[in-house]
Design a protein around this ligand. Structure first.
Ligand code: DP6
Length: 359
């Protein structure tokens, strides 16, 4: 019998980017399948400073349980239904490959070891769960050599964290809410590659790297159950904005893209304030950045910058490359010089998703 050390170890490494929604996902119509109440659309950020790096490996020599290590700390994988759902779907796909071809190694029967590392603060409103679950799904899919496309894999990543389904692609990505009760049509798709609008830039203003008070999952459940504004957002506001922002992206119409982005962030935070008890994600520093963006746009006489806020106080500001000095320069000089606790800012150009695999 082979000694454990002589047993093979199979391994794949990948990275996944952060995405920042311009039309926000906020609300689930099915909490078990993690299906959204509305479609959403995001922009994928560059992986140069915001990304998750994940290595998935498996071996007959590993101890019997699957393990997950995040930023150097072991995670309670057995109590995380979401992680278990992703792993189990990926294993089932691998098993069907092995059943069809008996020469393939039986990777689906070996324990998995997943090691993941973020290069940005976890759970600080910087969409860490999106990059995290996208990287986990991509790494295990690569390890298992699954033929599924990113679109098909988005169905699995969605079960980890809704927004994760949009981090399997680069550029401008829509997550369609879908109509089927089993969620098979609730998938992400690239509406335009990053190369379609390469002038787009984003600056992330890190107001606080602390963990947020109310998680997205918990916050959106409260909003769905208690906000009176929410129904209108889902039935008419978001569908109209999805169509309009896709047109703005197609036409590279920055003022239109910017207004929809800012209005959707504001509507999302209004439904949070309208929840009972109310939920506050933005703080005084976030609001100062909102005012500054409107001031810059008014002073210039055209819309050159757009803010958006997720479930936390950090701002993401979109602008076009030609306006870098006007936008990033002004923000740095004004907010960088005032009190208010900026840890940043830092900014990143957009880029496509990259993936490196070693087996
Ligand atoms: C405000 O994807 O973190 O960032 O599906 O419960 O894990 P779960 O929620 P999550 O929510 C993200 C909410 C948001 C908006 C967005 O990214 O679309």
């Amino acid at each position: 019998m082979a000694t454990p050390s002589s047993q093979p170890v199979f391994r794949a490494t990948t990275t996944a980017p952060v995405n920042i929604a311009v039309i926000k996902y906020w609300g689930k119509r099915d909490t078990t399948l993690n299906l959204p109440t509305n479609s959403s659309l995001s922009v994928t950020l560059s992986q140069k400073s915001l990304r998750t790096l994940t290595t998935a490996s498996c071996s007959p020599s590993y101890p019997t349980e699957d393990t997950l290590n995040l930023n150097g700390r072991p995670q309670e994988i057995q109590s995380s239904k979401r992680t278990l759902a992703c792993i189990s779907s990926l294993r089932t796909l691998r098993k069907s490959l092995e059943d069809a071809d008996s020469s393939l190694p039986k990777l689906s029967s070996y324990p998995l070891r997943i090691v993941s590392e973020n290069n940005f603060p976890t759970a600080a409103g910087l969409a860490s769960s999106a990059a995290g679950f996208a990287a986990l799904v991509r790494a295990v899919a690569d390890l298992y050599q699954l033929p599924q496309s990113p679109r098909e894999l988005s169905r699995i990543a969605r079960q980890g964290s809704g927004s994760a389904c949009r981090s399997l692609m680069g550029g401008y990505v829509a997550w369609r809410t879908g109509e089927l009760a089993d969620g098979t049509d609730s998938l992400a798709e690239e509406v335009a590659p990053a190369s379609h609008w390469p002038e787009m830039r984003a600056i992330v203003l890190v107001v606080s790297a602390e963990k947020k008070d109310v998680s997205s999952t918990e916050g959106m459940q409260t909003t769905v159950a208690t906000s009176e504004l929410f129904a209108q957002r889902v039935s008419s506001v978001v569908p109209e904005r999805m169509t309009a922002i896709e047109e703005a992206i197609r036409d590279k119409d920055f003022p239109k893209f910017a207004e929809i982005t800012m209005r959707d962030s504001n509507t999302f935070h209004a439904t949070c304030l309208d929840s009972w008890p109310p939920i506050f994600y933005m703080n005084d520093v976030s609001r100062a950045a909102v005012r500054l963006v409107h001031d810059i746009n008014n002073a210039v006489g055209r819309t050159v910058a757009a803010y958006t806020y997720d479930a936390g106080p950090n701002s993401v500001i979109y602008y076009e490359e030609k306006d870098t000095e006007l936008v990033a320069g002004t923000i740095k000089s004004i907010l960088g010089a005032t009190a208010g606790g900026w840890d940043g800012p830092f900014y990143e150009p957009l880029a496509n998703v990259t993936s490196s695999v070693s087996l």
